[in-house]
Design a protein. Structure first.
Length: 139
């Protein structure tokens, strides 16, 4: 039997009640696919890119990269790493969100890449390890 999001039967089938978990999932899917969510996500991506640009320019003027780079780890935590790896990934993510916003006009829905971008910018350790990490590293 098929029901709509309100639990009303579609196509003359008997009524079907959604479980609490199914209702929560439908609510989350509706929120994540909404145009307002995508516009807010685009605003956050733009703010992240612009804010990082300001900090990177300051780091460049202060010559921080020369102090951070070392023979063992190379330039992993430097502004050069940002411009080589992170900035292009965020720009691609921004383009995919713009595409999704444009596709809403024709009711076309697909992945935004938010999960992949979240993995890219989140710490590489599990939540249990974050609880014991120093305050400067906790998210």
């Amino acid at each position: 039997m098929t029901t709509n999001l309100l639990g009303q039967p579609i196509g003359g089938y008997p009524a079907y009640t959604l479980s609490l978990q199914q209702k929560r999932q439908a609510t989350l899917l509706y929120h994540w696919m909404s145009l307002d969510y995508l516009k807010g996500l685009l605003t956050m991506i733009d703010a992240l890119i612009q804010g990082a640009d300001v900090h990177l320019e300051l780091a460049k003027r202060q010559g921080r990269d020369a102090l951070i780079a070392n023979p063992r780890w190379g330039v992993r935590d430097t502004s050069a790493n940002w411009s080589t790896h992170v900035y292009p990934a965020l720009e691609d993510f921004r383009k995919s969100v713009l595409k999704d916003i444009a596709n809403r006009a024709v009711e076309s829905y697909e992945f935004t890449g938010a999960n992949q971008c979240g993995h890219m910018i989140s710490p590489p350790w599990p939540a249990s390890a974050r609880a014991t990490s120093p305050a400067c590293c906790a998210s």
